[in-house]
Design a binder for this molecule. Structure first.
Ligand code: BG6
Length: 308
């Protein structure tokens, strides 16, 4: 079991910016820009011993978004990537940027594969196989996280992937719409997982948090790259863009999830500080369609650029 001692800290000498990444889940826990401020939220009760996915930072979602039972599988919510111990690879520190690379091979995945699906343990030597890589590259005011997936088997497989990013909101301002908001998703098709109903088109109002919020924003036809501005308190904003591709270059449209558990759900989560829904907003770019398939020998990527 990994523990807090295995967390990797990487510093960009030229700018003083730094990151922390937990090998469990390949979870980025912290990005401190050169100004010294941490831009990621990790719950005060997050569990870091590898017994449960980390509640905060950037958990990696692959190969399903969930919830369980929504696809053909008994796989747990968000899949196995965030429940596996990734192998630490190369680390670098140059004048331009610093970074670290992590890898994960399906054969090493023990938890979260589910049963009676193409990823179940019994099929390890079967037609479905993959390897994942996470690159975290950063400098003074920008962090880029890229997850790549390679189909190392002989059969094509469907997949979903997400960078489940928890932004830290300063001044407990997550419920203040002037301070905490998401702009840039107008025209996207919204599926609201809290107020179930027909999908609708997002208007141009900035998205704010005033109750439990759990929405999937799917892009309009022809819009592959997501680009949003996120209000994070103290009159500061973060710009986030995300892009994706599969099968040697074909662009894949990127959806975006906006999530804040609010009071009741926060109180019900053992690893979420009771009042901490005031301190975070999740804005999660991802490949969420039901029809993205990776062909044997091919790669897919999901890349998020965060500028503070
Ligand atoms: C979001 C989902 O991506 O993650 C929510 O849209 C979910 O439905 C949230 O509650 C947190 O998920 P988990 O499995 O980490 O508690």
């Amino acid at each position: 079991m990994p523990d807090a001692d295995t967390i990797r800290t990487v510093t960009h000498t030229a700018s003083g910016a730094s990151i922390q990444v937990h090998p469990y889940g390949g979870t980025v826990l912290s990005y401190k820009s050169s100004a010294g401020r941490d831009h990621l939220f990790v719950s005060e009760t997050a569990i870091l011993d590898g017994s449960k996915p980390v509640r905060g930072g950037i958990p990696l979602v692959f190969p399903i978004f969930g919830p369980p039972g929504s696809a053909t599988s008994t796989m747990p919510q968000h899949g196995f990537a965030r429940r596996s111990t990734w192998v630490v690879g190369r680390e670098y520190d140059t004048a331009e940027s610093a970074g670290i690379i992590f890898g994960l091979n399906l054969k090493d995945v023990e938890q979260g594969r589910g049963e009676q699906n193409i990823w179940e343990k019994e099929k390890t030597a079967g037609p479905y196989d993959c390897s994942l890589e996470l690159t975290v590259d950063f400098s003074a005011t920008t962090m880029t996280t890229t997850m790549t997936v390679k189909n190392t088997g002989v059969a094509a497989f469907p997949f979903q992937a997400l960078l489940h990013t928890y932004y830290k909101v300063n001044g407990n301002a997550a419920l203040n719409k002037d301070q905490c908001f998401v702009k840039g998703l107008e025209g996207y098709t919204v599926t609201d997982k809290v107020i179930e109903g027909a999908p609708y088109a997002a208007d141009s109002e900035p998205i704010g948090i005033s109750s439990e919020t759990d929405r999937v924003y799917a892009p309009p036809a022809g819009k592959d790259v997501v680009a949003v501005t996120i209000g994070v308190g103290d009159n500061e904003t973060v710009s986030m863009t995300a892009s994706a591709g599969a099968n040697d270059g074909a662009a894949v449209p990127v959806s975006c999830v906006v999530w804040n558990p609010y009071k009741i759900k926060a109180a019900g989560m053992a690893d979420f500080g009771t009042e901490q829904y005031h301190d975070m907003i999740c804005v999660e770019p991802g490949i969420l369609g039901d029809d993205t398939v990776l062909e044997p020998g091919k790669e897919a990527f999901l890349k998020q650029v965060m500028s503070v």
